[in-house]
Structure formats: C-alpha cells, structure tokens
Write a protein that binds this ligand. Structure first.
Ligand code: FAD
Length: 310
C-alpha cells in the first residue's frame, strides 16, 4: 500500500506529491488527466514570480517536478469510489474505473473542478480567443474593450463589478427575470456607469471572425426576439462544478458539492485530506491550489508520524 495516495494531478496534487515524496513516504498519484485545468489554459500572468507562462508548459513542468521525486504516477486513471478505512489508522481504498483498487494509509483528494459551459455554438471554438471563465486570470487582457458576463449569481455579479474597473463596458446577461446575487452586490453593480444589465435573456450563440470573438446573440425570453451585442470578450459565470460526484458517500461535502476541509486540509474522515478547486477554499487559482496541496501533504505526513507503528 501507499503511505499517501493522491487522486488528481493538477497543481494541488502535484504540490502534495512533491511535499510528501520529500518526506521519504511511498507516494502514488492517480489522475484522469495529469496537468488538470492548466492544460486548458493559454497565457498565465498571475503565477507569482513567473510573469508569463502558458498552460501546457506549466503542466509539463508540474510533471517534471513530480518525476524528480520518487512518485508512482498513474495517469489516465479515473477514480470511481473511495472507501474510507473502517477504523482509524487502517487502510483507505480507492477503486479505479479500470477495475483496479489502490490502498493507502492516507489519501489526498485533489480532483479539481470544471466550469459549467453554456453549450452554445461558438463557445468551444472561441475558448481562450475571447471566451473566458476566470476574471482574475483574464480580465486584464480585455482592458479598454467591451465584454459580457453571462450569469447573474454572486460570481457573475462579482465578475461584472471587477471587470467594470478594467474594461470599457460590461453587459451582464441573466437568464432569469431577476439577478440572484446578494443585494449588496446588486446595489454596487447598479451604481456603475459602464454596466448594462439584461435579464430574461438566453445566450444562443458566440459570434466570431474565425480568429476571435466579435459578439454574441441572445434571445429575449419575454418577446421571443433575437438580439446581437458586439463585443470582444465573454466571461461565462454560470457555475464552477467540483469533481466530487464520486465522493458523496465517503466524505462530507458542502451544499455545492465542495469537499469540507479544516485549516489543515483534513476532511470529515481522519487520514483523508483534500486540496484545491474541489474543496471549499474560497478562491480557485493555481497558486492557491499549490499552497493548499502543500498544506494537505504536510498534514498527511503529520498524521502518519502519529500512527502507532504496526
Ligand atoms: P485541477 O487543475 O482541476 O486538476 C484536477 C485533477 O484531478 C486533474 O488531473 C483531473 O484529471 C483529475 N481528476 C478529476 N476527477 C478525477 C477522478 N475521478 N479520478 C482521477 N482523477 C481525477 N488559475 C490561475 O491562477 N491563473 C490563470 O491564469 C488561470 N487561468 C485559467 C484558465 C482556464 C481556461 C481555466 C479552466 C482555469 C484557469 N485557472 C487559472 C484556474 C486554475 O487552473 C485552477 O485553479 C487550478 O488548476 C486548480 O488546481 P487543482 O489541482 O485543484 O485542480
């Protein structure tokens, strides 16, 4: 069995692997896609101390750094079930889609999250070419330009307020007849001169010139009419979904499906830790996931040295 089995090979899982392997522990990483969301990212400008890098390059460096250490990387492996140890100090079990089962004295869950997509024509084609999901990451790329934010929940309204300070104009598009964000955020949004709010609107299409986004089309749900908005960027803020469906019966999840952890990264199950975008951590970013992965790794070590020796 492993001392530490890490499920997920994004920035959080890679950090956990480096920290735990450097303690001399037997470490395995099972990942559906080593590199995680970073693989889908183009320019990265907020990876502190590295002013500019690109997703595929950072993903390759994550793998290289993990491989510098004695870590068993099991790539293209999807975990389907977690069976926590029956008694404290016992072995936890992770079942993989290929039928294999892995056992470990501690587990670190770092399965990340995925942005919910609109699922309209043009969205995939113009991803990273005007279609964006992370205002903290890509907001500055649209300085002085016109953007739309899709979604009037807290994250959409927060994104619109944030972007209004950077870009020329923001159009917020909400499907429902009202925004769902907290009143204080809605008041702030309404006070901004360069924001237009359109409710009861269903985005139907991302338009582009082959290279980049030039606008979007939405349907006015009250009048059943279609309208075009010309702009350079579209921030989709209709939900970040944690990859935790497979954990429902094994660890405590928040109402949004995020893994509940304490300050040390421990879940509701002793010896099972979690880090990064799959947890309740408030901000979902690469440096934050790496810090959290390091915390979970050190906590797993701390847990192991307190176990009675068999
Ligand atoms: P992830 O990166 O999501 O990694 C999760 C890992 O778990 C993957 O290896 C995945 O394959 C694996 N996995 C999932 N389910 C299972 C399973 N059942 N079994 C086995 N393995 C599984 N952040 C920034 O700081 N700066 C940026 O510029 C930036 N730009 C972004 C641009 C885009 C388009 C996107 C999508 C995100 C961006 N982010 C950016 C956010 C950043 O990528 C994430 O915060 C970060 O990758 C989270 O790391 P993580 O390790 O928690 O999860």
């Amino acid at each position: 069995p492993f001392d530490v089995l890490i499920v997920g090979g994004g920035p959080a899982g890679a950090a956990s692997a480096v920290y735990t392997a450097r303690k001399g522990l037997r470490v395995g990483v099972a990942a559906e896609r080593f590199g995680g969301q970073v693989l889908d990212t183009m320019g990265i400008e907020n990876f502190i101390s590295v002013p500019y890098t690109e997703g595929p390059k950072l993903a390759a460096q994550l793998e290289e750094h993990v491989k510098e250490n004695d870590v068993d990387i099991m790539n293209l492996q999807k975990a389907e079930k977690l069976i926590p140890a029956a008694e404290e100090g016992g072995l936890h079990e992770v079942k993989l889609a290929n039928g294999a089962s892995l056992k470990a004295r501690t587990i670190i869950l770092s399965t990340g999250a995925r942005w919910r997509q609109m699922g309209v024509p043009g969205e995939d084609e113009y991803r990273n070419k005007g279609v964006a999901y992370c205002p903290h990451c890509d907001g500055p790329l649209f300085k002085g330009k016109r953007v739309a934010v899709i979604g009037g929940g807290n994250s959409g309204v927060e994104a619109a307020i944030d972007l209004a300070g950077i870009v020329a104009h923001v159009t917020l598009i909400e499907f429902d007849s009202d925004l769902r964000a907290d009143a204080v955020l809605q008041r702030k949004l309404a006070s901004l001169p360069n924001v237009k709010i359109i409710t009861s609107a269903l985005t139907t299409k991302v338009r582009g010139d082959g290279d980049k986004v030039t606008g979007l089309t939405y349907k006015d749900r009250n009048h059943d009419t279609e309208h075009d908005v010309d702009l350079e960027g579209i921030f989709v803020q209709i939900g970040l979904v944690p990859n935790t469906e497979w954990l429902k019966e094994s660890v405590a999840l928040s109402p949004r499906g995020e893994i509940e952890i304490d300050a040390r990264g421990e879940t509701s199950q002793p010896g099972i830790f979690a880090a990064g975008d799959c947890t309740i951590v408030p901000y979902k970013q690469i440096v934050i996931a790496m810090g959290a992965g390091s915390t979970a790794g050190l906590s797993a070590f701390d847990y192991l040295i307190r176990l009675p020796t068999a």
